[in-house]
Design a protein around this ligand. Structure first.
Ligand code: C5P
Length: 310
């Protein structure tokens, strides 16, 4: 997350994420699943602008970024764009305001470049950006811990985006342990024309009989061995998502021919990514896959951060 403050306005570039590893450990009594997942913040970023207003209303203007529109054609090709109260951004800001016990208003604008229903964390990232921006813009002075607790109430992936970088996440996904030293990663991501709803994928999944440990992947990240990172990718949800849409199998076949270091679905899908040894290779693979007309294709790299709460 990259945060700038210009007078009372706060502008946040907030990234997507990839799940380099996602293991489902158990089904919980509260309906959630106990996870161990390694997440990496990546480009592209959504842009959220927050401006305090004199009134009491919270307004949200939201649109898709041109890059996505030019590739995806119809907006429905890369996801819904919920308005006002239906948008997680609006709800996050309203919740923070309620918790702070104030009634101040805000005008928020959001440009989305991260496709939705994609396993890329777009909505969660926007919610984290909104919390960060409102905390600064309204000068609320909430601590990192307070914001993280609020973030976890909004969604399991939201706390990760307050930290960014690479992290191992446990519990529902809301318990974050940042991975201190991480290697710069390049990837190609494809969001097929069909999205997947997270609850639906989790409903169909079964916890692992023999969980894949995260340690080898974390070691590879810490020592900068990108090829080893590629060999240790894992996503337990992929086999279950593949039963819900033929796109996962199709993307697996497409990536198998591209010579990447490793490839898999991210999060609960429907996006699929290949890890590359360089940004150059990622751009090359992206242009080959674009010609295949399999959805929105982009080359990504690990995202930068200047998180104000560090
Ligand atoms: O926390 P969030 O609202 O993002 O989760 C969306 C849905 O995904 C949950 O309602 C649940 O069905 C499923 N989920 C799960 N286990 C997790 C995270 C999400 O079952 N650890």
């Amino acid at each position: 997350m990259y945060v700038r403050q210009i007078g009372p306005r706060v502008i946040v570039q907030t990234p997507a994420k990839l799940n380099l590893l996602l293991e489902v450990l158990a089904r919980r009594a509260d309906g959630y699943h106990e996870l161990e997942t390694v997440m990496q913040a990546i480009s592209p970023c959504d842009t959220l602008e927050f401006a305090p207003t004199a009134g009491t209303e919270i307004t949200l203007a939201c649109r898709w970024g041109w890059g996505l529109v030019s590739q995806g054609g119809e907006a429905s090709a890369f996801g819904d764009l919920p308005v006002a109260e239906k948008n997680i951004v609006w709800r996050a800001v309203a919740k923070l305001r309620e918790r702070a016990g104030i009634t101040r208003g805000a005008a928020i604008s959001l440009v989305k470049r991260i496709p939705s229903a994609a396993g890329l964390g777009g909505a969660s990232s926007d919610a984290a950006a909104a919390l960060m921006a409102a905390n600064l813009g309204w000068r609320l002075g909430f601590s990192r811990e307070q914001l993280a607790a609020l973030a976890a109430e909004i969604g399991s992936d939201v706390p990760f985006f307050l930290t960014g970088g690479a992290a191992i996440c446990r519990g529902r996904g809301e318990r974050i342990e940042p991975l201190s030293r991480s290697v710069r990663l390049a990837a190609v991501v494809v969001r097929p024309p069909v999205g997947l709803a997270t609850p639906e994928v989790f409903r169909h999944c079964r916890p692992a009989d023999e969980p894949v440990p995260a340690a080898p992947l974390c070691r590879a990240l810490a020592t900068g061995q990108v090829a080893e990172v590629g060999k240790n990718l894992h996503n337990r949800l992929e086999e279950f998502a593949a039963r819900l849409t033929p796109w996962i199998g199709r993307l697996r076949n497409e990536f198998a021919r591209q010579g990447t270091l490793g490839h898999q679905m991210t999060g609960s899908g429907s996006s699929y990514f290949g890890l590359c040894h360089s940004a150059r290779q990622a751009r090359r693979v992206a242009s080959r896959l674009r010609a295949r007309r399999i959805g929105v294709v982009f080359a990504a790299t690990s995202a930068i951060t200047n998180n104000h709460l560090e």
